[in-house]
Design a protein around this ligand. Structure first.
Ligand code: NAI
Length: 596
C-alpha cells in the first residue's frame, strides 16, 4: 500500500466518546497518579490531567493512520502537539472531527510524515482542544512529496530547572491500556518479540502522561486547567518498570522545554517537549469570557433605577455590555417630579465594578423622551443593540372607579412608553442588521387581575406590539420577545406575601431576560413567564373550532349554541406565525364535506 495523497483534507469523524469520572481516574492511575495528586484520582475534587485529551481520541488517530494508506507495519506515533482551549470537564461527551493535513517525504528509505489535526468539542458546546498528530511512516519514504519543514529547537545549555523522577510499574501498560490503546505490542509477549522487542513496551502516550503530570507539578501545581500547549516527540521505546526522569527548563514565564530520559541508560525517550501555560489573570479572563457575553453591545434598559430594571442593567454590564440606565425616578404611581438619584446610583454601581454605563432621566411616556433615551446611546457609543422596555407604574382601582387619568397614565408609561423608545431604537437596529428587544408584559395582562384593567390592557397591548414587531424585525436580525416577570419589588410590595421574599428576588428573573437579549437566543415572538426560578412559555393559541352551518350558508345563533362545545374546545389548539396564517382554518372549513 502507498500513501494516499487524496485523503489530505478529507474529513475524519465526527467521532463521539462518552466519558465519566471513572474514565478520568482510570487514565490518571494509568499514567502513575496517586495519593500525591489526589485531585486526579478522587471524584470529590477531580481535575483532568490534560494529556487525557490525546488518549481520549485514540480512535481518530487510528482512523487517520488507516486512511493515510501508509504501510501499517511501519507506522510509529512520531509527535504530538495539543493546543488547549478550555478546561476539560470531568465527564461528558467528546466529539472529535478533523483531517489529515499534510504528508511529507523524508526520502527513499527514510520514511514519510503524515500530519493529522483534530478539534474536540465537549457537549457543553465548548471547544476543548486541538490535537496535531505526526505519524512517522518508516516504510513510505520516497513518494516524491515535499520535505518536512525544518524546526530549530535547542535546550538551554544548563542543568534543568526541575527534575521529576518517576517509577512506572512493571505492569503499568496493563493498567494504561484500559484507557483505550489496546495494541498487542503493550500486552502480548509473543507479539512484542515478533516486533523485535524483548517484551511488551510502555505506551509512548503513557510516558507522555507522566511527563504532563511532571510539568504541571513543577510549573503550575494543582492547576492543570492553566495548560495551553503540550508538545512532545516520541524518540525511543521504554520497557515498563524502568525508572524515568522528566527534565524541565523554564525558559520564560508561561513556557518551558522538557524531555523524558530513561533513568537507567540516560536515553531520551520523549524529546523536544514544549509546555505553555496561562497566567492566573489569563485564566480568569478566559473564564469570564465563557457563556453569554455582551462585549461591544450597547443596551438600553428603561426603568433601570430600581427593581427588575436595575438587576438587568447590572447583569448586562457585568457581562460586558455598555448600558444606558434610564429612569425618571418617580413614585410608584408615576406621580412627583422625579429624581436623577436612582439612575445615578445604578450607573455608579456599574462603573465601580469596572463596567460602562450612562444615566438617562427622560420619561418613556413622551415621544421626545423616547428619542432622547435612544439618542443617549447613539451619542455615547454610536449604536444600540439591546432594548429592554421595563419602566412601569401602577394605578390600580376597580373598573368603576378607574379615572380616565389613571387609565391614560398607566397606558402612557407601559404601552406608549414602549412605542416611544422602541421606534427610534428599531430604526438604528434595522440599519445595523441586529437587535434584541424585550417588552415587559404581565400575568395580569395575559390572564387578568382584579382592579388592574388599565394595567392589564396596557400589558396585553405590549404583546400585540411584540407580535407585529417580531414579523417586521425578522429580516433585519431584530428579535422581539415578551417577559411576564414575578418579583418582589416596589410594585409588588403590598401584593406578594413577605415569606416569599427570598424566592421572589429579581435575580430569579434576570437570567431569562439576559438570554433573550443575547446572540445565543434565536427565538423571536415568544411570551415567557419568569419568577422564583421557574420559567415557561405562554402563548396565544386557537382551537380547531367548528363550522356551524352548511357550506356557504349564514349560520344562525342557534347553530352556534348547538356547536358551542366544539367551538370553545381548546383541545388540539395551535399557534399561528401571523394573522394571515390564522385564517387558514376558516378557509379550509369552507371546502366541501367539512360542514356540520
Ligand atoms: P419598580 O417600581 O421597582 O421599577 C420600575 C421603575 O420604572 C422605577 O424605578 C420607576 O422609577 C421607573 N419608571 C416609572 N415610570 C417611568 C417613566 N415614565 N420613564 C422612565 N422610568 C420610569 O418595578 P418592577 O417590579 O421592577 O417593574 C418592572 C417592570 O416589570 C414593570 O413594567 C412592571 O409592570 C413589570 N412587572 C413586574 C412584576 C413584578 O412582579 N415585579 C410583575 C409583572 C410585571
Amino acid at each position: 500500500m502507498a500513501l494516499n495523497l487524496e485523503t489530505i483534507g478529507k474529513r475524519i469523524g465526527p467521532m463521539t466518546r462518552v466519558y465519566t469520572w471513572r474514565d478520568v481516574v482510570l487514565y490518571a492511575l494509568g499514567v502513575g497518579a496517586g495519593f500525591d495528586e489526589l485531585e486526579y484520582c478522587y471524584e470529590d475534587r477531580l481535575k483532568v490531567i490534560p494529556s487525557f485529551s490525546v488518549g481520549s481520541i485514540f480512535d481518530f488517530l487510528a482512523a487517520a493512520g488507516l486512511d493515510s494508506g501508509a504501510n501499517l507495519a511501519g507506522i510509529l506515533h512520531g509527535e504530538q502537539d495539543i493546543i488547549f482551549h478550555d478546561t476539560i470537564p470531568v465527564e461528558g461527551t467528546l466529539t472529535t472531527e478533523g483531517a489529515i493535513t499534510h504528508m511529507y517525504d523524508k526520502g527513499e528509505g527514510k520514511g514519510a510524515l503524515v500530519i493529522a489535526e483534530a478539534d474536540t468539542f465537549h457537549d457543553n458546546g465548548r471547544k476543548l482542544f486541538t490535537n496535531i498528530f505526526t505519524l512517522f511512516c518508516r516504510l513510505d519514504g520516497g513518494f516524491g512529496g515535499e520535505p518536512a519543514p525544518k524546526e530549530d529547537f535547542q535546550f538551554p545549555e544548563r542543568e534543568p530547572d526541575f527534575v521529576e523522577k518517576a517509577a512506572p510499574q512493571p505492569g503499568q501498560p496493563l493498567l494504561y491500556r484500559l484507557s483505550g490503546d489496546v495494541f498487542q505490542l503493550h500486552v502480548d509477549p509473543d507479539f512484542a518479540k515478533a516486533s523485535g522487542f524483548a517484551k511488551p513496551i510502555m505506551h509512548g502516550l503513557c510516558t507522555h502522561g507522566y511527563a504532563c503530570r511532571a510539568v504541571i507539578k513543577h510549573l503550575f501545581p494543582g492547576e492543570p486547567e492553566r495548560i495551553r500547549r503540550f508538545r512532545t516527540r516520541f524518540s525511543k521505546a521504554l520497557y515498563p518498570g524502568v525508572p524515568i526522569e522528566t527534565r524541565i527548563w523554564k525558559v520564560e514565564e508561561g513556557r518551558a522545554l522538557f524531555r523524558v530520559v530513561n533513568g537507567e541508560t540516560g536515553e531520551v525517550v520523549i524529546d523536544r517537549g514544549i509546555a505553555e501555560w496561562l497566567t492566573p489573570e489569563e485564566l480568569a479572563l478566559r473564564e469570564r469570557s465563557k457563556g453569554i457575553r455582551f462585549d461591544e453591545r450597547v443596551a438600553i434598559v428603561t426603568g433601570a433605577g430600581a427593581g427588575l430594571g436595575r438587576a438587568y442593567a447590572l447583569d448586562l454590564a457585568k457581562r460586558g455590555a455598555k448600558v444606558v440606565v434610564n429612569d425618571l425616578g418617580g413614585a410608584r404611581d408615576g406621580s412627583g417630579e422625579g429624581s436623577t438619584r436612582v439612575a445615578d446610583e445604578v450607573v455608579n454601581e456599574i462603573v465601580a465594578a469596572g463596567g460602562e454605563a450612562v444615566a438617562s432621566y427622560d420619561s418613556v411616556a413622551t415621544v421626545e423622551g423616547g428619542e432622547a433615551i435612544v439618542a443617549k446611546a447613539m451619542d455615547t457609543w454610536g449604536r444600540v443593540d439591546i432594548l429592554i422596555n421595563n419602566a412601569g407604574i401602577l394605578r390600580d382601582g376597580t373598573f368603576v372607579k378607574m379615572t380616565p387619568e389613571n387609565w391614560e397614565q398607566v397606558k402612557s408609561v407601559h404601552l406608549d412608553g414602549a412605542f416611544n423608545v422602541t421606534r427610534p431604537a428599531f430604526v438604528k437596529m434595522k440599519e445595523a442588521g441586529y437587535g434584541r428587544i424585550v417588552v415587559t408584559t404581565s400575568a395580569a395582562g395575559l390572564f387578568g387581575n382584579f382592579g388592574q384593567a388599565n394595567y392589564s390592557a396596557a400589558k396585553m397591548g405590549l404583546v400585540g406590539l411584540m407580535n407585529s414587531l417580531e414579523i417586521e424585525g425578522a429580516k433585519y436580525g431584530i428579535q422581539v420577545n415578551a417577559v411576564a416577570p414575578l418579583a418582589g419589588t416596589r410594585l409588588t410590595e403590598d401584593v406578594l406575601p413577605e415569606d416569599l421574599y427570598e424566592r421572589t428576588r429579581v435575580e430569579y428573573v434576570t437570567p431569562l431576560v439576559l438570554y433573550l437579549c443575547s446572540e445565543k437566543c434565536g427565538d423571536s415572538g415568544g411570551i415567557y413567564t419568569a419568577g422564583m426560578g421557574h420559567f415557561a412559555r405562554a402563548a396565544v393559541v386557537q382551537g380547531p373550532g367548528a363550522v356551524a352551518a352548511d357550506e356557504g350558508a349564514i349560520p344562525t345563533a342557534e347553530a352556534v349554541a348547538k356547536n358551542m362545545k366544539k367551538i370553545a374546545s381548546i383541545e388540539g389548539a395551535g399557534e399561528f406565525a401571523n394573522a394571515m396564517e390564522s385564517l387558514a382554518p376558516a378557509m379550509e372549513a369552507f371546502k366541501p364535506g367539512k360542514e356540520e
